[in-house]
Each structure stands twice: as structure tokens, then as C-alpha cells.
Design a binder for this molecule. Structure first.
Ligand code: JFH
Length: 235
């Protein structure tokens, strides 16, 4: 999968080179490029924002640098023979990101992410590119971040671990609570490792019993209980 990210804080995305994602890139499973939006400004102050039409607080990202940046990124990828891209724009006003959305994005060959700052990006950017390619405005949750970078990191991490070969043991993908399957609709059961007693707290006996059916039953019950307490909306 090819991934392009455009941001005024490209260094913020440096974490994507580490850990699981770093290995996936080294293994050639993910080809990630981060671009500085200010490359596509032409004035001395490298201006990317302006005051909002209609008034109101804060600043809005100007469409021109975004148009030049996205044209360049899309042109470069097409010239390199990539099939069509999908543009993802994080915004608190977007459709909610979830595991099925991650799976759907993981099936794409090429994702381009536009990270806004300030009060967001002039709406004409998403509207214009929606005439050329699929555009998804996505929210990672009902809280307000300061920009799209953290949202993009969350989305890319969730998507990349679904790519074949990225997660070492694919069984850990199957059991995940938001993936389809046995645990669908429930949050995860609690997990434990050694030592058997830590600061006076013992690991539940059933997990040490070696009785697989009882373990499975206990985990299902714990998952149900935690779902009722933490996520009653799922029941
Ligand atoms: C982003 C920001 C909008 C305007 C009432 C509530 C928000 C600040 C670009 C995604 C999720 C984001 C996110 C994504 C991209 C950007 C900051 C936007 C407003 C009006 C204020 C800029 C935030 N899931 N949360 N946040 N911002 N207000």
C-alpha cells in the first residue's frame, strides 16, 4: 500500500517510521511519504491560512496550497503507475472511524491524507477533489484535536496492521473485538501474564487451570461484563 500524508507539521508524523509501521515499510508492505504543505506556498511568509468568510474565531486553511500539494502528490503517484487514490480528510465533522472503515481502507492500494490545522481546510478542497476521486471526511471520535495529524496516525496504524504480513501473528487480528467473529459486539476480555501473584493480586484461577472450555467461557463472561459497564451502547 502507498500512503501519502500532507501536513504543516511533517515532523509530527515521524512516529510512523517506528515500531510496527517502521517494520512494514522496511519489509516493503507499506510505502509512506510525508510532505510539508508549505512546499506549495509561494509568498515570503509561506502562508497557509486566512480569516474565515462569514466571521468567527480562528483561521481557515487556504485552498490554493492544498490544491497544488494534492495535484502534485496525485500526479506523482499516477506517473509511478499507481492505480486510483482515495483522499482521507480528518475532521471532527467527519463520518466516525471504526474497524469496518479501517478494513475498507486497508483494501485500497493508495491513500492520501490531508492534515488540517487551525479551524480546518476550506471546504472547497474536499468538494473539488470529490469530483476527481473518492474523498472521505473522517472523525476518530467526538472530541476536538488541534489538527489532523494525530487522527491520521491513528487511522494509518489501524489500517496498516490489517495488511497481510504487517502483524506477525494473524490470529491476534481475528480475535479483536471490533473485527467480525466470535467476539463481535463485545469489548475485549482482561488479559494476564506472569507472575501469578503481583502486589497481592492473583491471576484468576481458571486461567491457570489448563481447562480450555472453562477459560473460553470465563473470557466470554468477562467480555460481556466489561461491555455492560464500559460500553452499554454495544449491547
Ligand atoms: C482539526 C479544529 C475544528 C471547530 C466546534 C467543534 C470544533 C479546531 C484540523 C478530528 C477529530 C479532529 C480534527 C481533525 C482535523 C483538524 C482543529 C477543527 C474546530 C467547532 C476547531 C483542525 C481537528 N476526531 N477530532 N478532531 N482541527 N470547532
Amino acid at each position: 500500500m502507498r500512503i501519502d500524508v500532507v501536513s504543516v507539521f511533517p515532523d509530527y508524523l515521524a512516529g510512523l517510521k517506528l515500531s510496527l509501521l517502521g517494520r512494514a515499510q522496511a519489509d516493503g508492505l507499506v510505502d509512506l511519504a510525508v510532505h510539508d504543505l508549505r512546499q506549495w506556498t509561494h509568498d515570503r511568509h509561506r502562508t497557509v491560512d486566512d480569516t474565515p468568510y462569514g466571521g468567527g474565531p480562528g483561521m481557515v486553511m487556504k485552498p490554493e496550497p492544498w490544491g497544488e500539494a494534492l495535484d502534485a502528490v496525485l500526479e506523482r503517484g499516477s506517473a509511478a503507475g499507481l492505480p486510483s487514490a482515495r483522499l482521507v480528510v480528518p475532521t471532527p465533522a467527519g463520518r466516525r472511524f471504526d474497524q469496518p472503515t479501517a478494513q475498507r481502507l486497508a483494501d485500497e492500494p493508495w491513500l492520501v491524507f490531508a492534515c488540517g490545522r487551525y479551524e480546518g481546510i476550506d471546504q472547497r478542497v474536499a468538494d473539488h477533489y470529490a469530483e476527481r476521486l473518492p474523498v472521505e471526511e473522517i472523525s476518530i471520535g467526538d472530541y476536538v484535536l488541534s489538527g489532523g495529524e494525530v487522527a491520521v496516525m491513528a487511522i494509518i496504524e489501524a489500517v496498516a496492521r490489517l495488511l497481510p504480513g504487517v502483524v506477525g501473528n494473524p490470529e491476534s487480528l481475528v480475535e479483536e473485538s471490533h473485527a467480525p467473529g466470535e467476539w463481535s459486539g463485545l469489548v475485549e476480555y482482561p488479559v494476564y501474564t506472569k507472575p501469578p501473584v503481583w502486589r497481592g493480586l492473583a491471576v484468576p484461577d481458571v486461567l491457570l487451570s489448563g481447562h480450555h472450555a472453562n477459560v473460553a467461557q470465563w473470557r466470554r463472561e468477562q467480555a460481556r461484563r466489561r461491555t455492560a459497564v464500559h460500553r452499554p451502547d454495544l449491547l
